[in-house]
Structures are given as structure tokens and as C-alpha cells.
Write a protein that binds this ligand. Structure first.
Ligand code: FES
Length: 185
């Protein structure tokens, strides 16, 4: 997944303050847990350079903290001997990295051409409406749902395609939306 907007597309009310280099700040000093550290050390043995391990290291960071904050960017950069600017450039290129806190269920609705032609815009709109009138990228008050629009999820033959927490869901039409959302509850 790359090239499109990441989460969230806009800075929304209630989100953390913007820190240096444009990333939102979590306001905390971060360090990997023992388990994440173990994963990192294992990972580093499999790549020729630390830079080559950047994407999976960011993934560990996201699983550890839920999203990639300014502090997470700085931490990963320091651990891999890279500049924060370089790491932030990578974070902003790939849609799989959350650039703000997200809900328990991150619902990513593809609106690229195949999905667009099969009603993805309506699905995106209705999905947010049914979850309390959420803005794109906004998280519901109960912290359960964040709905974002993304570029192609490589499920074009199953449009409209939706991804929830990394799992693909196919042909999510307006007719299926209630059942789809009920499954997430
Ligand atoms: S256009 Fe939506 S998955 Fe490819």
C-alpha cells in the first residue's frame, strides 16, 4: 500500500498536537518493550543494513504503540541510525502506517477507480454516517472505530474493497454494510 493519504488525512479536533517535522506528538518518551526489542533484534539479523529493516521496524512500533507519533519516528530513527526526516518520509509514503491514534477497528475504504465505480464513495459516506457521523479519519467517541479513505488495496476484482485492521473484506456494498458493521461489534 503506498502513494495515498495515510490516517488521518486531516488534523481533527481532539488529536494530539503537531510536533516537529509535521508528525503528531504523543507527548511521551518512548522505548520498545522487552518483547518488541526481542523482535527488533531478531529482525536486524535478517537484513543487510539497519536501513533495510526500516519498514518492519516501523511495523513493530505501530503494533507497540498503535500509531506512529513524532516520538516514535525519532525513536525508530535513533535505533536504526537514520535521520528523523528520512523515517518520516517513509511513514508518510505508506498508508499502512497510522499517523494519528486510531480506534480498535481501523476501517480503510478504498475509493480508487474499480471501487469508485462500484459505489465505494457511498459506502465510505454511509459507513461514517452509521458510526455517528464521523469525519474522514475521525475516531468514534467510544474509541472503537476510525474510518479512512485509502488508495487501491489490490482487491480490485472484489470491489468495493475494505480493509479492517489488516484483514481484507470484499464487495462491501451499501446492502451489506449493516451486516459488515455488526460483525465488528
Ligand atoms: S481499486 Fe479498490 S482495491 Fe483496487
Amino acid at each position: 500500500m503506498s502513494g495515498g493519504p495515510s490516517t488521518p488525512v486531516d488534523i481533527l479536533p481532539g488529536q494530539p498536537p503537531v510536533g516537529e517535522h509535521g508528525a503528531l506528538s504523543c507527548g511521551k518518551e518512548l522505548a520498545f518493550s522487552a518483547k518488541a526489542e526481542e523482535r527488533l533484534q531478531k529482525l536486524l539479523t535478517r537484513y543487510p543494513t539497519k536501513q533495510a529493516a526500516l519498514l518492519p521496524t516501523l511495523w513493530i512500533a505501530q503494533e507497540e504503540w498503535g500509531w506512529i507519533s513524532r516520538e516514535a519516528v525519532d525513536y525508530v530513527a535513533a535505533r536504526l541510525g537514520l535521520t528523523s526526516a528520512f523515517v518520516w518520509g517513509v511513514v508518510t509514503f505508506y498508508t499502512m502506517y497510522n499517523r494519528a491514534p486510531v480506534g480498535k477497528h481501523l476501517i480503510q475504504v478504498c475509493t480508487s477507480i474499480s471501487c469508485h465505480l462500484n459505489g465505494a464513495e457511498e459506502v465510505f459516506h454511509e459507513c461514517r454516517k452509521k458510526l455517528g457521523g464521523l469525519k474522514p479519519g475521525e475516531t468514534s467517541a467510544d474509541g472503537k472505530y476510525t474510518v479512512v479513505e485509502v488508495e487501491c488495496l489490490a482487491q480490485c476484482d472484489k470491489a468495493p474493497a475494505v480493509m479492517v485492521n489488516g484483514d481484507d473484506h470484499e464487495r462491501i456494498t451499501l446492502d451489506k454494510l449493516d451486516a459488515f458493521l455488526a460483525e465488528l461489534r
